[in-house]
Structures are given as structure tokens and as C-alpha cells.
Design a protein. Structure first.
Length: 359
């Protein structure tokens, strides 16, 4: 459907759970409590919402979490989503720990593509970030997913882990048909503790304003970093162009998302940048999100949502319930905010973490 800004909204991201089997520091560190399962949407409730969204123009569904594969029955949900009239693609974002185990059932159910989260190829760094020693498991899952014929993308949050780590991640695309995508940290939930130092001028401005010069430094390569270890994508792109002189813009279609892609001579896969802060793409945003508790969120930045679970559990006659559900969906999507304000943290109203909203 078309929202009030003329944007075509055809992509629904569904969090099927707030639980995860990793403890990534910027997403779901130790101590986060999960909500009771009674508050989580059932698969039938998810399907009811998807049928209504498909009727008003949603064409692609992505299953997320938490970690979606910790919830039992995911292949069956994929199979049922694929049968919903109007839905053209069903994809999944996973940390990869359980992917190889479920891969035959998922591909047999019709899963179209998978995004695998992997921030580093260094075993010690992986353990420090995630709290587990699962790097080899994830690497095997990436190879198995490629061999299965699925379209595979690897998502790496742009942590300042060094040039060697960047090269190691991108090397996966040398021999495998996999897109390596660097995602700029968004200031949501625990991501607020990882501020981006975007330029030398901005560093000076922030230091003068807040008198915290120790928070920022410029490393020997001239890369502006925060003490929390995040690098912005304008800096990253310059670094990548220096590392890969033959890198060229790739304008071919890679999916429903906002990534800007580049090709590297001799590589089977591509390199992508998702720059929510320094490459703001709100004017072409095509997505909405459904949290595991049934709230439809039309922008990550704001503490606003439409409670669809309340409609589904209202006890109204089925026909009336579906009419109200579709009306609320249509109104919420039509009124989708013009843009986020991540570049102005004081205006961000969302308090929940990404594991609660859906990654």
C-alpha cells in the first residue's frame, strides 16, 4: 500500500520471539528478562495479521527475533506463510547457531533467503561480543546455507574491530555467493551505549559541548572512533575504497532492503552498507515491524505502536475482529512517520531494546 508520503510499504518484519541463545552486548546482554509466552503472539495470530497485511499490499515477510530458531515449529510457520495469497517471499534473520540443524526443514518449507548475523571472524572477539564460542558453528551454517541454494547475506554491525576483521568478513564473499553487509549501529536500546563519532568536526563540537574529550579519539589511520568502538559508514566507505581499489557500485537488485551494494573484482558475492545514520533512507523506507507481543511499529525511532494482539484477543465475532484489524493496520501504515531522528538522540522516544522490538 502507499503511505501518506507516497512510499510503497510492502515489507513486514515479524519478531516471533524475544528470546535468544546469544548475549550480544549491544542487543541482549545478560540480565534481560523474557516476557511470558502467554504474551507472545501464537502462530495462528501471526498468520491472521499476515493475511490482513497481504490484503493491503505486503509482499515480503521476514522472520526475526530475538533468535527465531529458538522457537519450536518455525519450518511449519514458514510453510503456512508461503501459502498466504499475496506473499511473494518469506525470509529469515538468524544468528546461525541453530541454522544448520533446521536447514533441510526450512528449505523444504519454502524459505527464500536467510540473513546470518556475524560481526567478527576472530574467535576471541566473537566470544566477547556474544558470550559463546559458536563461531565455527556459524561458519558451517553459512556454507551449508549457500550449498542449499538459499540466497545468503551476512550482517555485521559496524564495530571498530580493525581492518583485519573487515578483510576476514569480506573474504567470505570471495568463494561463496554471499553478500557481506555492514550495518551502522542504531541508537536503540543498548545501542545507545555505542555512540558513533561521525567526523572530526562533530567530535570537536561534542567535546566542547559536553567536555568529555576522553570519549573520542582519532586513530593512526585517521578514523574517528568512540571509546565504545563504533565506526560510522562515511569513514568505513573511505576505508573500504582504500582497501579494495577496484570496488564499484552494484546497482543490481539484492532484495527488499535499503543496503547500498558494491562489487569487488574476483569476488562471487557483493559488499553492502546499511547506513541508517549517515545514509538516511527514510524517504524510501518500505517496511513496518510486528513485535513478538503484537505491536505494529512503523518506525524504530519512536515509542509508538498499534496493539494488534488486543484486537485478536478481544473476543469479538470473527468478521468484526478482522474488519477492525485491517482498519488499524491500514491507518497505522498510512500514517507511518516521515523520518527517524537517530541523528538527534534527544528526540528518540523508543526505550525498548532491539530484542524486544525485533531485529
Amino acid at each position: 500500500m502507499i503511505d501518506h508520503n507516497g512510499r510503497k510499504i510492502d515489507y513486514l518484519r515479524i519478531s516471533v520471539t524475544d528470546r535468544c541463545n546469544l548475549r550480544c552486548k549491544y542487543c541482549m546482554p545478560d540480565g534481560i528478562r523474557s516476557v511470558p509466552m502467554s504474551q507472545i503472539l501464537t502462530f495462528e495470530e501471526i498468520l491472521a495479521i499476515v493475511r490482513e497485511t497481504a490484503a493491503i499490499g505486503i509482499r515480503c515477510v521476514r522472520l526475526t527475533g530475538g533468535e527465531p530458531l529458538v522457537r519450536l515449529g518455525m519450518p511449519d510457520l514458514v510453510r503456512k506463510l508461503k501459502r498466504v495469497p499475496g506473499i511473494e517471499k518469506v525470509t529469515m534473520t538468524t544468528n546461525g547457531i541453530l541454522l544448520q540443524e533446521y536447514l533441510p526443514a526450512l528449505t523444504g518449507s519454502g524459505l527464500d533467503a536467510v540473513n546470518i548475523s556475524l560481526d567478527t571472524m576472530d574467535r576471541a572477539q566473537y566470544r566477547a561480543i556474544t558470550g559463546t564460542d559458536g563461531l565455527d558453528t556459524v561458519l558451517r551454517a553459512i556454507s551449508a546455507a549457500c550449498a542449499s541454494g538459499l540466497r545468503v547475506k551476512v550482517n555485521a554491525v559496524s564495530l571498530a574491530l580493525g581492518e583485519d576483521n573487515i578483510r576476514a568478513l569480506i573474504s567470505l564473499a570471495k568463494d561463496l555467493p554471499v553478500d557481506i553487509r555492514f550495518i551502522e549501529m542504531m541508537p536503540i536500546g543498548y545501542g545507545r551505549d555505542f555512540p558513533v563519532a561521525d567526523s572530526k568536526d562533530r567530535i570537536i563540537e561534542m567535546v566542547e559541548k559536553e567536555a568529555r574529550p576522553k570519549d573520542f579519539h582519532e586513530d593512526p589511520e585517521g578514523i574517528c572512533r568512540s571509546r565504545f568502538g563504533v565506526v560510522d559508514h562515511r569513514t568505513l566507505l573511505n576505508q573500504l575504497q582504500r582497501m579494495y581499489p577496484g570496488m564499484k557500485k552494484d546497482d543490481s537488485v539484492h532484495g527488499f532492503g535499503p543496503a547500498v551494494y558494491y562489487s569487488i573484482p574476483g569476488y562471487r558475492g557483493s559488499l553492502g552498507l546499511i547506513s541508517a545514520i549517515h545514509g538516511k533512507f527514510c524517504d524510501s523506507c518500505n517496511r513496518v515491524r510486528l513485535t513478538s507481543q503484537g505491536f505494529l511499529k512503523t518506525c524504530l525511532c519512536y515509542d509508538e505502536g498499534t496493539d494488534l494482539r488486543a484486537v485478536l484477543r478481544s473476543g469479538l465475532p470473527e468478521g468484526e475482529m478482522h474488519r477492525i484489524l485491517r482498519e488499524r493496520l491500514y491507518r497505522a501504515i498510512y500514517e507511518k512517520p516521515d523520518a527517524h531522528c537517530f541523528e538527534m538522540p534527544e528526540k528518540i522516544t523508543e526505550k525498548a531494546g532491539m530484542s524486544a522490538i525485533g531485529g
